[in-house]
Ligand binder design. Sequence first.
Ligand SMILES: Cc1cc2nc3c(=O)[nH]c(=O)nc-3n(C[C@H](O)[C@H](O)[C@H](O)COP(=O)(O)OP(=O)(O)OC[C@H]3O[C@@H](n4cnc5c(N)ncnc54)[C@H](O)[C@@H]3O)c2cc1C
Length: 376
Amino acid sequence: MSDPHLDVWHRELASRAREFGERHLRAIAPAEDDPAGRCAEVVAQLAEAGLLQAVVPPRFGSADARSIAVMRERLAYYSLAAESVFAAHGHAAHLLAAGGSEGQRARWLPALAAGTSLGALAVAEPEAGADVGGIRTTAVSESGRWRLDGEKTWVTAAARTRLVIVLARSDAGTTGTQGLSLFLVDGEASDLTWRPFETTAALPVADLRLDGVPGALLGKPGAGAAAVESVLTLFRPGAAAAACGLAARGRDEAVRHALARRQFGRALAAFQATKIAIADMTAELLAAQRLATHAAWLVDQGAKDAARQAAAARVFATEAAARVTDLALRVHGSAGLVRGSTVERLLREARALRLREGTNELLKMDLAQSIVEESR
Ligand SMILES: Cc1cc2nc3c(=O)[nH]c(=O)nc-3n(C[C@H](O)[C@H](O)[C@H](O)COP(=O)(O)OP(=O)(O)OC[C@H]3O[C@@H](n4cnc5c(N)ncnc54)[C@H](O)[C@@H]3O)c2cc1C
């Protein structure tokens, strides 16, 4: 890859991630049963390959926005389930590193870097999706010990996830995003119930019920929503890059099929309509990749405009992934509709990209608002 925003070590990381994908993910990605169980194995393999550190902050790892992006792009090329657990693990590790006490960091970060403990982030609730301010999970302090009650949903987590970072209302007198704090919760606590559920794409997600589960305050009380937003901004170019990985797989599958399938005595690739589809997919993909790596570079530079560019990259890349996978399906004809074909899976996965880590609609509203404010 000759992207001026990537350094030599990013390119090396990309090549190691590609080797990892070929070795560990290509064969297992089509299986859709037990995504949480399979992802736990993948995290252990990522740790063994020395790739998990790319999503754990310095001292224990080496994460910058570009390393995260490079890894997420390569993992998503093979398996969005594996990529989503990698990202969720990173969200937890970064929140812990940013807000944790010395003791909390020492207790968890080495285990997260080694992959012996897995991390997850629980923000969404049945009644609070895009609207984080609607969170109802409560955290109450009794004799200096916090206890959490409530329901979380759509928690991306592998089996054996040990560290769940939960956003809860710690100040009953507040509304909206004020009064929300982060808590470290033991994923194996007895008063925590995991309920994995199936989605159109086989992703490892679960509902979580908290019945007076003990939690340790992470960071300052009331600063939870801002901390989550700051980590999501760091990861947003990576969310764009994951969409690029998925789109690249769709384009590659389309080219492979267009060369192999013959109609009217010629390969599909010989027809002008197929060539135009391949060109359109490639143009979309290249544009999305450039936006993603540029946004990651801006985040790494701490540029003033970084959050806005990352949001734009994420919106464009995830919508491009939907267009590219749809074109890839067109090139496949009816073969693309068969359950179990790679492009059919990609089309189902592409929809999830526009929802997780903040929906495209909310990102667009924030983006537009900042432009309007600036232009007043
Ligand atoms: C694959 C996947 C993994 C996820 N992983 C996690 C995780 O690990 N942890 C976690 O906490 N959450 C996770 N989520 C949840 C995700 O953050 C929520 O799905 C997201 O916040 C949207 O919430 P919702 O689905 O309830 O949609 P809703 O809030 O019900 O919104 C429905 C639709 O209305 C739009 N909408 C809502 N409000 C507005 C508005 N004011 N203006 C314009 N449009 C609006 C939304 O954009 C969306 O299109 C995951 C979701 C998915 C799909």
